[in-house]
Design a protein around this ligand. Structure first.
Ligand code: FCX
Length: 437
């Protein structure tokens, strides 16, 4: 058994009595009430999900296993010669809550290498799709195509389902998926945008470095990939991609079905696709100016024009956060500390939007949070390094988001979380409850 699996096993055994006790002795304890507004308005703020992998404080932002983003980056073992940690070590942290040693991290690196070959039939599926399919549709199709390899599904079909040990099958599927998502994403990228030419993996590289190599990027971009995947990994359980993955897995669907569904949710413009929208918006705006540096007034006008046409300002606002997203800040710092990027015109514009948009949104008076989220800042870094195909950006998000979603559904199995099935009411019932029937 690998160190990661052994540690996870111990953590699961330690944790199970806590969940059992809560279910047996405290099931009737109230966590809150549900209002009519919440029932109609996307269950915003309804406290009915449980995860220990990350927690999102509205003012502070995300903590992974109790650690802020800077603490996480500082604590994890770094790739030699790099300022950023191994994604594999972060996976260890998300699953177990422990910061791994370098040796433990390298075990995961090796394990993922063994699992990382993309099967030929997945390539066939990708190639069979019309080449103008959205990369997220391709990504989702590739993931669900691999369902035939699910250890969980095959053991279930063979009558070997066991509530206490089935997390191990989920763990197998989750690791295989994690190992392959980078190479699949790279295949899609090269097939769609780089003349269908492909780059073989380098056996020496870690997951993040390998992705950079396989899309044909520079050495510098290796850290960008590592940073991106970690920053986009998890945002507790209620966001659309994490919740969808959890919901689908709650029917005992395997990791392939569940994460393919999660990817489909991430592809919505109010969620992960916002990073594509941000770049489209800023590029269109810059084009209209014909290369001129925008004035604050011009920018304000463009933001108002977007709002007045009934569209949202992409990259701004959040369902939970009420402050600038620390994932935004972390990427902004990366830009400020990278010579070349710091003075890059597109970054200057993104900075200017940060100075202007919160005021405009506040004056507009609708968004509860006028501050930027992760998507406002992510595209500019990609653009700078030459990844200018912005419809691809959500695939990058999807590779990273898998870390959180798959860690969560492994724990869902370990703790035996039930099939999700909230109760529906009719409009007449709401009217009656509100006394307006
Ligand atoms: N621009 C314009 N209007 C906005 C807005 C924005 N950026 N953010 C919120 N609003 C509007 C909402 O559309 C809503 O209007 P309505 O009353 O007419 O329906 C009103 O303000 C109240 O919404 P609010 O409660 O603040 O926000 P929600 O929880 O409903 O929605 C999202 C949160 C993120 C969906 C919303 O802020 C939004 O659409 N932002 C732009 C898209 C975006 O950046 N998404 C990425 C978010 C995230 F980080 C991710 O998942 O990747």
């Amino acid at each position: 058994m690998s160190t990661l699996k052994e540690t996870l096993f111990k953590k699961i055994q330690e944790h199970r009595p806590r969940t059992t006790k809560l279910v047996k002795e405290c099931a009737d304890v109230k966590l809150g009430d549900v209002t009519v507004g919440q029932a109609i308005g996307g269950a915003r703020g309804v406290r009915c999900l449980v995860t220990d992998i990350s927690y999102l404080d509205p003012m502070e932002g995300i903590r992974f296993r109790g650690m802020t983003i800077p603490e996480t980056f500082a604590a994890l073992p770094k790739v030699p010669g790099s300022e950023y940690p191994y994604v594999e070590g972060f996976w260890y942290l998300l699953l177990t809550g422990d910061v791994p040693t370098m040796e433990q991290t390298l075990e995961v690196v090796e394990d993922w290498k063994q699992r990382s070959a993309v099967p030929e039939y997945v390539i066939d599926v990708l190639r069979a799709l019309p080449r103008d399919s959205h990369p997220m549709a391709m990504f989702s199709a590739a993931i669900v195509a691999m369902q035939r390899e699910s250890v969980f599904a095959s053991n279930y079909a063979a009558g070997k389902f066991n509530k206490m040990t089935c997390w191990e099958d989920m763990y197998e599927d989750a690791n295989t998926l994690m190992a392959r998502l980078g190479p699949i994403g790279a295949y899609i990228y090269r097939m769609k945008y780089k003349g269908d030419t492909h780059i073989a993996p380098d056996p020496e590289l870690d997951m993040g470095g390998q992705f950079a190599h396989m899309i044909g990027q520079s050495d510098e971009y290796k850290d960008v990939a590592r940073m991106y995947f970690i920053l986009h990994s998890d945002h507790e359980s209620g966001n659309v991609s994490a919740h969808t993955t959890h919901l689908v897995a709650s029917a005992l669907s395997d990791a392939y079905y569940a994460y393919s569904a999660g990817i489909n949710g991430l592809a919505g413009p109010l969620h992960g696709l916002a990073n594509e929208e941000v770049l489209r918006w800023t590029q269109n705006f810059m084009q209209k100016l014909g290369g001129e540096v925008p004035t604050e007034e011009g920018l304000k006008e463009a933001l108002w024009a977007t709002l007045n046409s009934g569209q949202v300002i992409p990259g701004y606002g959040h369902a939970v956060l009420r402050k600038t997203d620390p994932r935004y800040t972390s990427q902004r710092e990366f830009c400020m500390n990278t010579p070349g990027l710091k003075d890059y015109p597109l970054f200057q514009l993104v900075k200017m939007i940060f100075e202007v948009a919160p005021g405009v949104l506040t004056e507009h008076g609708k968004a509860k949070n006028p501050w930027p989220n992760v998507d406002a800042q992510s595209g500019v870094i990609q653009w700078y390094y030459g990844v200018t195909e912005y419809e691809y950006y959500t695939v990058l998000f999807g590779i990273g988001r898998a870390l959180g979603c798959l860690a969560n559904i492994t724990w869902d199995r370990a703790l035996g979380y039930g099939i999700e099935r909230p109760k529906s009411l009719t409009t007449a019932m709401l009217e009656e409850a509100a006394g307006i029937a």
